[in-house]
Ligand binder design. Sequence first.
Ligand SMILES: [Zn+2]
Length: 180
Amino acid sequence: MANYISYSSAGHHLKDSGAIGVNGRQENHETISFRDMVNAELIKLGRTVVRDKDTETLGQYLGRINPTDKDVVVEPHFNAFNGKASGVEVLIADNANERSKAMAKELCDGYARIMGIPNRGVKTESQSARGKLGLMRKKGAVCLPELCFIDNPSDMAAYDRNKVNLACFTAQVMNKYDLN
Ligand SMILES: [Zn+2]
């Protein structure tokens, strides 16, 4: 296996809560924990992993990483809206390459299947509420999953029941798209 790099980050550090969800759950705690589960699996698969530090801003992380065309860059987040919106979506760059599109679709379809929640599909950053994303300016197969809605109790219950499977699945898909 060639030594390409999986960039697997949480996107929110300890002082950046991100979205607040049911029962006061904070997006940063969820993404840090999920990132660590994914990375443990990637390491088992023999991958070299780069991640953000829990004290580092997203800007600091993006400023120090330099993925190549052969690497993968995945940063799962949680969506939030009105407490009722449900489902998974995966964001890609407006000018995403074919590997990014294929990886995003595979992740989105798999997350919806594993959790049994609506598949909202792959969206470009312009189609999303987030607008332009710094992560999307990086080379490689790049996507930003919004795993489910952190403010929807049934979405989070589905996430809690399945997070180990979701982490293993994420690592397997990243391993597949990391060119070797
Ligand atoms: Zn987020």
